[in-house]
Every structure is written in C-alpha cells, then in structure tokens.
Design a protein around this ligand. Sequence first.
Ligand code: CO8
Length: 259
Amino acid sequence: MAYELIEVSTEAGKVGIVRLNRPKQLNALNEALMDELGAALKAFDADEAIGCMIVTGSEKAFAAGADIGAMAQYSFADAYGRDYITRNWETIRSIRKPVIAAVSGFALGGGCELAMMCDFIIAADNAKFGQPEIKLGIIPGAGGTQRLPRAVGKSKAMDMALTARMMDAQEAERAGLVSRVVAVDKLMEETLGAALTICEFSQIATMAAKESVNRAFESGLSDGVMFERRLFHALFATADQKEGMDAFVNKRKPSFKNR
Ligand code: CO8
C-alpha cells in the first residue's frame, strides 16, 4: 500500500516505524491518516520478522489532535450515525506485538490519546501532553477520560480535562504517563534501543506480556492474576521457554525462534 500521510520504514529488519507526516497541520489526525496508520501497523503485526513497532511524529508535534477543520461541521448524525471520526481509531488496540510511542512536541487531544493507546511512551524533553477538547466545546473521545486517569490518577486527569492545561515531559514522567524522558535529539536512538531490546526476546513471550499487562486495566485483581497465571503456564509449552532457561543454565546467549 502506498502511504501519503505517514512514512513507513524498518530498522535492522526487525523494528517497524510509522512516522505521522502532516507537518503543516502538526500531524492532525484525519480519517485517511488513521486508515493508513492502522494498515501499516497491521502489516507489521503480520510480518514475522518484525518484533516491535514505533509510532512517532515530528520534532514539533507527535500529533496536535483530531483534525478540527474536518470535524467542525459534523452533526450528531455524522459523528454517531455515520461513525465519522471514531470508525478507525481502535485499530491500534488490535495490534498484538509491542508498540512504543516516541513523543516529541505536542501530543494533544487525539494525539495524547493515540500515544496512550501505544504500550508505553518515551518522551522527548520538549513533549507536551494535554486534553484541550473542552476549549472546543467537546470532551475527549478516544479514551482521554479513561486512560489518562488510569495513568496519572483522577486529580491530574480532571485538571487536564477541565482546564485544558498541558503537562510537560518532566511532569508526565513523575505522574507515570511516560516511561522515560530523553533529550529531543536522542528520542529515536533511545526508542530504537528499547525496540531492539524487545526484538531480542521471544515474540510469543512479549505478546503474552503485553496482553497480560493490558488485562490489568480490564479486570479485577484476582481475575487479572489468574489470567497472568494461565499465560505463564502456557509459555512452558513453547520452545522459547526451553531455550531461554537452557541458555541461562549453560551461561550462553539465548536464540529465540518464536516457537
Ligand atoms: N486540527 C487541524 N489543524 C490543526 C490542529 C488540529 N488539531 N492543530 C494545529 N493545526 C494546524 C493549525 O490550524 C495551523 O494551520 P495553518 O497554518 O493553516 O493556520 C497549523 O496546524 C499550525 O498550528 P498553529 O499555528 O496553531 O501552531 P502553534 O505553534 O501556534 O500552536 C498548538 C500549536 C498549541 C498545538 C495549536 O495548534 C493548537 O492548539 N492546536 C489544537 C489542539 C487541539 O485542540 N487539539 C484537540 C483537537 S480535538 C480532538 O483531538 C478530539 C479527539 C477525538 C478523537 C475521537 C476518535 C475516536
């Protein structure tokens, strides 16, 4: 598929990279871009050689939100009845391999929500996160009122959703929204390092780890722990578990085959 609004590349044949590419609109997210993003991530997910994906933007903007110009004249019938805007936003949640958001600059509204739909966020020191939808007479529509409180707690999430203030990278790290903050010129190097590390492990195990951590947000503790236990048990049926433990016992580097 030829892409117009994203750039797609790979690193070392193992890491799939999607760069949002609407620079004049600060990577505002429209239907066509979300279709392309979903298609690219699904293609990487289906490619056995790819072990991890990165979604990133430009230095100035990861994404400044859903495309306000496109939405401005939508009616309720367009938004709800015809499912404009929301139709293709959840594709990223169906991706089974790890997806890292590398965020530089603005991650606002749908941009912040997109970053939160990734498995973890590595932020450049110039990153700014926010849910400013209230200024437009709407509220977040892609998980901002749900994933943000789970990440940073009710008080900060309310503060951001109700006052529209932005959170800088340092505050986002303190609050638990992002896993690391790095200098802006080191963002891709650091994120690729994390992605390549993930690629060294068994894909089956990394998918199971992702699925199990995500389950923590969908279930009570006992159910979540039982879900984890079952996946843990299941991994003893893989060749990669034998390989990983044999390599440790024999003091050698493991070579996982995703089997
Ligand atoms: N949509 C469309 N165009 C945008 C957007 C956007 N979200 N953000 C910026 N742009 C455009 C500007 O219109 C401008 O275009 P032009 O040059 O043609 O005038 C260009 O990008 C550059 O923007 P600025 O001149 O404003 O740049 P500044 O550096 O002065 O400001 C800001 C940068 C602070 C990011 C500012 O552009 C801004 O506030 N943008 C809007 C942020 C916002 O409100 N985001 C939330 C949008 S609503 C949303 O995301 C709802 C998500 C629901 C998803 C539901 C799916 C399930």
